[in-house]
Design a protein around this ligand. Structure first.
Ligand code: CP3
Length: 348
């Protein structure tokens, strides 16, 4: 059967359930330190958060990778930790060491978080969205995003990144009611945040659950599936047509439940997910991923071979080419050029 393309955007067509040849490609963290022009803009501001809060500069770095590479989507330049910042938590990014937050480690601190001014903190992000959309061609949609409640909560409770998310997992075991309050608050604020990014012009949304993989089955249901389902439901109630990609990194065998139960429109798969499993998920919904970011650093024939395998296995059904996690700062630009040309020319 000959299928008529629904729009001139490869990404929107795939998210509407239609396989495209070639598949769309974009990369998680596609704006960032591997680009000299990003480092140049970054050096103009003293802190990373200032870059996120300055729409003119954030819009510029959002567009930078699109000028170099034929990506099929842009992703708004911001960070998932804008949400705790908007709730009044102290957030800093330490050069070379990652985020530092004043930990929210008990019920009292959770009660102290303040939703009232959150909208004001998000204002610059909405302005960035408007500026970027004004510059992009119709065929290249802008992706808005937030962190999933669980992943954002891990940073809030721990006070930064961690190996095993122990502080958040322990708080959830010891004081489930308090932890539930934090998760519920994050659902509300994130739903509002995503909805307003879409209202400002983002045509696709992605929810990053980078630490979904640290939860055992019953906790995964409680802290990953249920809040994501609520979040998706609230955004869809406001804007029924906006497609949402969920990225439950490390979910493994639980990815299938996540795909079926959360109401997302497409699932992002990390590097550890076998492509055969991604094919099984493709029966239910479009899949995205899962090239190893380190292979993009390595390049060479191994990169060519792997890209070929991914395209052959997944390219016949709705598929979005991406990495299994964010692009690494040490990635050579020529390898990204090579990747895009392979995806654009190899027909599955
Ligand atoms: O994809 C894009 O181009 C949009 C920008 C984007 C950033 N962060 C910019 C950023 C996106 C989508 C994110 C998401 C994000 N942020 C996640 C989820 C995805 C993932 O990687 O798991 C997480 C967990 C964070 C939190 C975060 N932000 C950490 C742990 C760090 C420090 C580690 C690091 O990579 O530097 C950041 C900082 C950050 N966010 C940078 C960028 C470009 C680097 C800071 C700088 O340039 O000075």
């Amino acid at each position: 059967m000959l299928r008529v393309p629904l729009s001139d955007s490869l990404l929107l067509n795939v998210l509407a359930g239609q396989a495209t040849s070639p598949p769309p490609i974009w990369l998680m963290r596609q704006a960032g330190r591997y680009l000299p022009e990003y480092r140049q803009v970054r050096s103009k501001v003293s802190s990373f958060l200032d870059l996120c809060r300055t729409p003119e500069l954030a819009a510029e770095v959002t567009l930078q990778p699109l000028r170099r590479f034929a990506f099929d989507a842009a992703i708004v330049f911001s960070d998932i930790l804008i949400v705790p910042y908007a709730l009044g938590q102290k957030v800093e990014f330490i050069e070379g060491d990652g985020p530092r937050l004043e930990p929210v480690s008990d019920a009292k601190a959770i009660m102290g978080l303040d939703q009232a001014n959150a909208g004001k903190a998000f204002g610059p992000v909405y302005e960035t969205v408007e500026r970027v959309v004004a510059e992009l061609p119709q065929a290249v949609p802008l992706i808005g995003f937030c962190g999933a409640p669980w992943t954002v909560a891990t940073y809030m409770v721990e006070g930064g990144g961690s190996k095993d998310q122990a502080a958040a997992r322990l708080l959830a075991y010891r004081q489930p009611e308090a932890f539930q309050r934090l998760i519920d608050l994050l659902v509300e604020v994130s739903a509002d945040y995503l909805t307003n990014q879409a209202k400002a012009g983002a045509r696709v949304l992605q929810i990053f659950d980078s630490w979904a993989g640290s939860l055992p089955e019953d906790e995964f249901e409680r802290w990953c599936i249920n809040p994501t389902k609520k979040l998706v439901g609230q955004v869809k109630a406001a804007i029924p047509t906006v497609p949402i990609i969920g990225f439950p990194r490390g979910a493994g065998l639980l990815a299938e439940r996540y795909a079926r139960e959360t109401g997302i429109d497409a699932i992002g798969c990390d590097t550890s997910m076998p492509v055969g499993w991604m094919q099984r998920l493709q029966v239910h919904l479009p899949v995205q991923g899962n090239l190893d970011p380190l292979l993009l650093v390595g390049g060479g024939e191994a990169l060519d071979v792997r890209v070929g395998t991914i395209l052959e296995t997944l390219g016949q059904q709705p598929f979005i080419f991406n990495l299994g996690h964010g692009i690494l700062p040490e990635t050579p630009i020529e390898h990204v050029e090579r990747l895009v040309s392979l995806v654009k020319t190899v027909t599955p």
